[in-house]
Write a protein that binds this ligand. Structure first.
Ligand code: ISL
Length: 576
């Protein structure tokens, strides 16, 4: 019944197929590569695999630009391979969540080709076509229908000379936005989703799903955004397309049309919306079971706590109290109301051990484990991104030629064209580029980390001789086995699923400590720094005298009353 859904106790593992395992030596990961590694994934103990897009695609954004929703891209394999992957997961008691990218398609999708063909095309209205700004000539700078700056730099509008109008693309020009105002578009999406459910998928991760409703005016026009700081000629359009006026309505409709039907085996489906810019109130409304929209969302506030004034390209050192305050706010804000998803990493974020841990040889393992501990024992559904369970690190290449990611390349081009030096721009890109997450999975210490027998599409991180799956699986003290134990705790203990979260020592700059309370009490205390620390946890002497369930440092000093001494990056979990 409601409140008892399987995903409340589940842990999800994200596979980015291009970078996971290459079975045929072409340098790009594929479905047969994943099939060959299912026992590895199962050994971690996860319940679900979320597969980043494998649909047919020109790969302008590594598959987040789809040209056929009903087929597998030949780079990754065939529909038969996908069926085999689903069967292989199900046989091991795991489920498959597909990435659903329906804010936009590829410009090579037949829907868009038809839409673009002429102003009178029956599919014209499936996308956002608008004339140039009044008094302007189409194609000239400033003639765009709105001043919006795109996620991947430049304008969100592309001029189409042939039909004399612009089309909207919040991301790359090869990713035109679908017009969700048109009911035929929505029906086509729901039909496609049901087709995948019938094939055996168990849920959907919905790409930028809170961008599907745009704040269109009755006359069809879209509002300009406030000017961006600096010399940019663009504005911030995000208030006009983020969490738009019809978002709840569309999600509810999708729920009734697809999600309510459940999976092929009769279980409930898992739905998680990727929602950049979502507020706690909106997330509460989207994930409130009574509203029947989505099970959970990926919020982004905690990913922004170390952004500088220039945004994601200007990372600053983390101020721990900011991160704790943010996560605690979401823990409390969704408790008993909606549901949290818990993540440090995905294919868009730098590696957390390099970002908020300490990736030096001395502290890498302990800091990766401790980051896992403080995240996994919160309330919600944890997501592990491939390689996170090994403590994989950033690459931070210094030359733009080493990078492949469209967001990184466009940002570089736009910044250098605007007068910034190569050095300045590269200093921003190194620690944050999405390619940090996309270097090939490190399987063993053989050439190319065992990812491919050919030349990998993106260079392997040179750290692979030390950091790889074979070494981690063989070492009982590895990050891998620590993650496995964390996952086991969630499966075993109701308090991890249901316990009420309370943050301790909110202002402490080194220690992350919290309790979870239900019939039992769980206490997590973690040193999030590379210096030793001693703290008092007033009122916690009882649970500190309880069972030490999990620790990064088995030789650590026992708690003394409510006082705890922790080595650098030491974390402990107590149960009473
Ligand atoms: O990378 C980001 C945060 O650092 C975001 O700007 C990101 O582009 C945004 O969260 C949306 O991401 C999703 O949609 C994109 C795709 O490129 C990403 O890989 C995907 O996760 C467009 O489909």
């Amino acid at each position: 019944g409601p409140g008892q859904e399987w995903w409340r106790r589940a842990v999800v593992y994200q596979v980015y197929p291009r970078s996971f395992a290459d079975s045929d030596g072409d340098g790009v990961g594929d479905l047969r590569g994943i099939i060959g590694r299912l026992d590895y994934i199962a050994a971690l103990g996860v319940d679900v695999v979320w597969l980043s897009p494998i649909y047919r695609s020109p790969q302008a954004d590594n598959g987040y630009d789809i040209s056929d929703y009903h087929d597998v891209d030949p780079t990754f394999g065939t529909l038969a391979d996908l069926d085999e992957l689903i069967a292989g997961l199900h046989a091991r008691g795991m489920r498959l969540v597909m990435d659903l990218v329906v804010n936009h398609t590829s410009d090579e999708h037949p829907w868009f080709a038809e839409s673009r063909a002429s102003k009178d095309s029956p599919r014209r209205d499936w996308y956002w076509w608008r004339p140039p700004r009044p008094g302007c000539r189409g194609g000239e700078p400033g003639a765009e229908p709105t001043n919006w700056h795109g996620f991947f730099s430049g304008s969100t509008w592309e001029w189409d000379e042939a039909s004399g109008e612009y089309y909207l693309h919040l991301f790359d020009r090869k990713q035109p936005d679908l017009n969700w105002e048109n009911p035929a578009v929505r029906r086509a999406v729901y039909d496609m989703m049901r087709w995948w459910v019938d094939r055996g998928v168990d849920g959907f991760r919905m790409d930028v799903i809170n961008l599907i409703s745009k704040a269109v005016r009755p006359d069809g026009s879209l509002p300009d955004g406030a000017p961006l700081p600096g010399p940019s000629r663009y504005g911030d359009g995000s208030p006009h397309y983020t969490n738009g006026p019809r978002l709840d309505e569309f999600l509810h409709e999708m729920h009734d049309a697809v999600l309510a039907g459940g999976a092929r085996d009769g279980a409930v489906l898992l739905s998680v919306g990727e929602t950049p810019g979502v507020t706690l109130d909106q997330a509460r409304s989207i994930t409130d079971p009574a509203r029947r929209e989505l099970d959970m969302v990926f919020q982004f506030e905690h990913m922004g706590v170390d952004h500088g004034p220039g945004g994601k390209w200007q990372l600053r050192p983390l101020h721990l109290p900011d991160l704790k305050a943010n996560l605690a706010r979401w823990q409390e804000g969704l408790a008993g109301a909606g549901w949290n998803s818990l993540y440090w990493n995905n294919h868009d974020q730098p590696r957390v051990v390099s970002r908020w841990g300490d990736d030096s040889p001395e502290h890498r393992v302990a800091s990766a484990k401790t980051l896992g501990t403080v995240l996994h024992l919160q309330q919600g559904t944890p997501y592990v991104y491939q390689g996170e369970e090994l403590g994989m690190t950033n690459v931070s290449w210094s030359q733009i030629e080493d990078y492949q990611d469209v967001e990184t390349l466009n940002y570089y081009r736009e910044s250098v064209a605007g007068g910034a030096s190569d050095g300045e721009v590269m200093a921003g890109i190194g620690p944050v580029s999405r390619d940090n997450a996309r270097t090939p999975m490190q399987w063993d210490d053989s050439p190319q980390a065992g990812f491919t027998t050919g030349t990998p599409w993106l260079s392997v991180n040179p750290a692979y001789p030390q950091i790889n799956a074979a070494a981690a699986v063989a070492d009982p003290d590895s990050v891998f086995h620590h993650y496995r134990r964390l996952i086991e705790l969630r499966h075993r203990l109701d308090v991890v699923v249901d316990g009420r979260f309370e943050l301790l020592l909110p202002e402490h700059e080194q220690v992350f400590a919290y309790t979870r309370r239900a019939a039992q009490t769980l206490l997590v205390v973690a040193n999030m720094s590379s210096e030793p620390v001693a703290v008092d946890l007033p009122g916690q002497a009882g649970v500190l005298a309880g069972e030490l369930l999990l620790t990064t440092h088995p030789d650590g000093a026992p708690a003394d009353g409510d006082r705890v001494r922790l080595a650098p990056w030491e974390s402990r979990v107590y149960l009473a």
